[in-house]
Design a protein around this ligand. Structure first.
Ligand code: LLP
Length: 859
């Protein structure tokens, strides 16, 4: 049995230089070990435009040097490959170009170039490029059989098709017929053919329309029954926004056919939407790959495995037209819409978005033949004016939020809609397939809106296996703000420490102190701060923060004991456990900790403990927040807190056991960057204050103060937080506001140093292995968290290697950093993993019996 085919399509810029052909040769050879490879190539970049220009010139009786320019580009490429453009091997290439010149001369003489002739002239670009490509590949050691695609793809014209359609925008049905390819390919492991071209049933040359090479490739892949279709282009894949407009746009790693088609038709120019139809129909995965960067994974388009709702991208199409007709005649008039749409069909103008109301129909038009000044549009307007008042907005932009089951994401999308404040929206439309939510706005509002929406929807989305690095990162932009970090100053000390070849956690106490002071200074509305020691229970950290006047928030009896042991009897401890054994409360109380309960259970199980005691209750506000679903601690399905609206019942149970409520406590989650989160919570607790009883002394708003994780994420605005809390504090005299941050105080103060054990290339992926992994730092594996990684040994050498940073643990999730640019490491170099001071060592394990990195403190 013959091995299966894979089809690789290379576009115009991907075949235009010798360097790119080297990549093509390398990729073809790599696959040819296990598969048969069909390369489908476009004409050299710019060729089709030049030939089209020559056709137009010939029709108008003008001379044109377009074919000579095309021939020169081919000769230059041949020379760059070390070939003599006049060599006998390149005779087929020259023959195709000569044929184009001959046909053009004929057209020029007669002043006529009907579609049938134009198709033959335009087809010579692909024919010549592949004839040249076959020789270049041979010179690189890859014997590729040149196939004329007209033997493989046959169009199916309809009887009434115009010649334009028949020859220049033909339809080719997708059929599976591997024998049609197997016969001419023979035993070749690599075959090479043209995109864009096919033949009519009568054997004449026809074209698939502009952008048709992608479609050719999909049709050929279906024909061959190929395993995968790879579209090689000059960008790394589909992005969450147009990266030229939004540099923080992220690569989409995986996407379903329908969403990808939606994206492609809404303005992502990476692939032609029509090419996805045949692939989807035959369930064939499509991979988008980047010819200049073959080491990158790109985007994979395949069947929708995950049906859960998701926002995938923000797009913008500019230069459209919005047209509205208003009339009272619409009320209750059956058939009005049929009359409205009839002239569109007659004028050949297709409609994109539609909105209707009682008395108005609005539509957007993507492309109007001859433009809004042209005859068809004028005639359309005249016809519509017969129906009612017509209003035209041109140019207009359509901004779309694209994803799947968009209607189910409205809760997530809602905060981003503030982007539309003070910008007129002319029409909103939700696609019937629920793949987009589109807004028609003034044309120049399009780009800033996309930027803003993208920021709001994507900047805080750390963990999403479907999304890859940002465009900036992929292009090798250095990771930001390293310059200011303490570890740059203390690099020599760190390298000395790591000289033993072991992994190390290192904490800089000066940074802890600085953060503690910064927070207190910025938030005078907060009466007392507690440090949530679960983030980092190192004794030196506890001592540093206690010395700064912070109390300690503990969640287990072990934390209470450790804090007491480190800080002595004067330290203020708050005990906020969740589902812990009743006995722990008694022991914590005995050690002098204030108790927080999150339900009535103690009243039932340990009434003796409550008698005469003041204690706090932890409430569930009904909503949560944070960097990942696993760290959001509010809402009905969360195990934390007593429902805020059932405070009365809880109070009577506790008071029944002889206790008084001295504090109300709530915690939304971890890694929150929105400054409104705590004021909103404070307002809720303040509204409950009267119902807690006379003994109430404080409201604790929990922790969760976030730090920017990914580059480009905006920092938590402490001034805005203070401004939000201040009026609440003022309205509650005698009641203290409390916060209990963990991460904010310690995350940036800690780094993980890990020695490089191996640098290994597997196929096209580079793995940099380090001496410790998820056993020391589980956050990337658990939450998809992003930690900056720098080659400390080489710092500040610019990053030049695109790699996956992995640990030694036997789990495929043991990846500390995906898709990172590093200054090329050698074995023994030390990688620094930043922001590791919070929930790093605290969550470490001995998994695989590998001890986690040991901790060192720098005073
Ligand atoms: N208060 C309570 C009641 C908490 O449950 C927590 C954290 C904090 C305060 C402190 O939150 P912070 O300011 O550190 O965000 N392992 C996760 C974080 C889990 C936090 C659990 N509770 C991570 O590595 O992101």
């Amino acid at each position: 049995m013959n091995p299966a085919w894979v089809v690789l399509k290379f576009g115009g810029t991907s075949v235009a230089s010798f360097e790119r052909w080297r990549t093509i040769a390398r990729e073809a050879a790599a696959r040819a070990r296990e598969r048969r490879v069909l390369l489908v190539c476009s004409a050299l970049a710019g060729t089709t435009d030049r030939l089209q220009e020559a056709v137009t010139a010939a029709r108008e009786g003008r001379e044109s040097d377009a074919v000579e320019r095309v021939a020169r580009a081919h000769a230059e490429l041949a020379s760059a490959a070390g070939l003599d453009p006049a060599a006998p091997a390149l005779a087929p290439m020259r023959a195709h170009l000569d044929e184009a010149a001959r046909l053009l001369r004929g057209a020029w003489l007669t002043g006529e170039a009907p579609p049938r002739l134009a198709a033959r002239i335009l087809a010579s670009g692909e024919l010549a490029a592949t004839a040249l490509g076959a020789v270049v590949l041979a010179s690189l050691g890859v014997g590729a059989r040149w196939l004329d695609v007209r033997e493989l793809l046959v169009s199916a014209p309809r009887p009434l098709d115009s010649d334009e359609r028949r020859y220049l925008a033909a339809t080719v049905p997708a059929v599976r017929a591997p024998e049609r390819l197997d016969a001419p390919a023979g035993d070749a492991a690599v075959a090479l053919t043209q995109g864009f071209i096919a033949r009519t049933p009568a054997g004449e040359t026809c074209l698939l329309g502009r952008g048709g090479s992608d479609t050719s490739a999909a049709l050929l892949a279906v024909l061959a029954g190929a395993e995968t279709l790879e579209i090689w282009t000059d960008v790394p894949g589909l992005f969450t926004a147009d990266p030229r407009e939004v540099p923080s746009a992220r690569l989409i790693r995986r996407i379903g056919y329908r969403e990808a088609r939606e994206l492609a038709s809404l303005g992502a120019k990476v692939l032609h939407p029509a090419c996805l139809e045949p692939a989807a129909l035959h369930g064939m995965p499509v991979a988008i790959r980047c010819t200049p960067h073959p080491e990158m994974d790109g985007t994979r388009i395949e069947g929708e495995q995950e049906a859960h709702p998701a926002v995938t991208a923000v797009t913008c199409r500019r230069g459209g037209t919005l047209l509205s007709v208003s009339t009272v005649a619409m009320w209750d008039t059956p058939g009005f819409l049929a009359r409205f749409f009839a002239p569109f069909e007659e004028e050949g103008i297709s409609v994109d978005l539609i909105g209707t109301s009682e008395a108005t129909v609005s539509v957007t038009l993507d492309a109007v033949p001859d433009g809004v000044e042209g005859r068809p549009f004028k005639r359309l307007l005249a016809r519509l004016e017969e129906l009612g008042d017509v209003q035209v907005i041109h140019p207009a932009a359509v901004v779309s939020i694209v994803g799947r089951r968009i209607r189910a994401t409205l809760g997530e999308v809602a905060p981003a809609l503030t982007a539309f404040q003070e910008r007129p929206v002319h029409l909103i439309s939700n696609s019937a397939e629920d793949l987009n939510l589109s807004f028609v706005v003034d044309d120049d509002e399009g780009p800033p809106l996309v930027q803003r929406l993208h920021d709001l929807l994507f900047s805080a989305r750390g963990d999403d296996p479907r999304l890859g690095p940002t465009w900036e990162r992929l292009r090798g932009a250095p990771e930001p703000d390293a310059g200011a970090a303490w570890w740059v100053r203390r690099r020599a000390e760190l390298l000395r420490l790591a000289g033993d070849g072991q992994p190390h956690y290192v904490y800089d106490l000066a940074t802890v102190r600085e953060r503690a002071r910064r927070l207190r200074a910025a938030l005078p509305a907060v009466g007392r701060f507690y440090y949530s020691m679960k983030a980092n229970p190192h004794r030196a950290v506890l001592e540093t923060l206690a010395a700064e006047g912070y109390g300690i928030e503990c969640v287990s009896i072990q934390e209470v004991e450790a804090a007491r042991a480190a800080l002595g009897s004067a330290a203020r401890l708050l005990f906020t456990p969740n589902f812990c054994a009743v006995g722990e409360y008694g022991r914590a109380a005995a050690l002098g900790a204030e108790l927080t309960v999150d339900g009535p259970h103690l009243a039932e199980e340990a009434p003796g403990l409550l008698r005469g005691r003041g204690l706090a209750v932890r409430l569930d506000p009904g909503w949560g927040a944070g960097h990942h679903a696993k760290v959001r601690t509010g809402g009905p399905s969360s195990k934390f807190g007593h429902p805020a609206d059932e405070l009365d019942a809880l109070r009577s149970a506790l008071e029944g056991a002889g206790a008084r409520i001295t504090g109300l406590h709530a915690h939304l989650g971890s890694g929150i960057l929105d400054a409104d989160a705590w004021p909103a919570l404070a307002r809720l607790l303040a509204s409950l204050a009267a119902r807690a009883g006379d003994a109430l002394q404080w409201l604790d708003l929990g922790g969760g103060l976030g730090l920017p994780e990914r580059p480009g994420q905006p920092a938590l605005d402490l001034d805005a937080l203070q401004a939000g809390l201040e009026p609440i504090a003022r309205a509650l005299p005698g009641i203290e506001l409390r916060l209990e941050p963990g991460r904010y105080l310690v995350a940036e103060a800690g780094v993980l140093l890990a020695p490089v054990t191996q640098v290994r290339r597997k196929r096209r992926t580079v793995f940099v292995g380090v001496g410790t992994g998820m056993n020391s730092l589980i956050r990337p594996a658990l939450y998809g968290a992003w930690h900056p990684i720098v080659n400390l040994t080489r710092h500040p050498a610019p990053p030049d290697l695109f790699a996956q940073v992995v640990g030694p643990i036997c789990e495929s999730g043991d990846v500390l950093g995906r898709d990172r640019w590093l200054a090329s490491p050698a074995r023994g170099d030390v990688l620094l993993i930043g922001n590791a001071g919070a929930y790093g060592h605290a969550m470490a394990s001995h998994y695989n019996l590998r001890p986690p990195a040991e901790e060192t403190v720098l005073a």
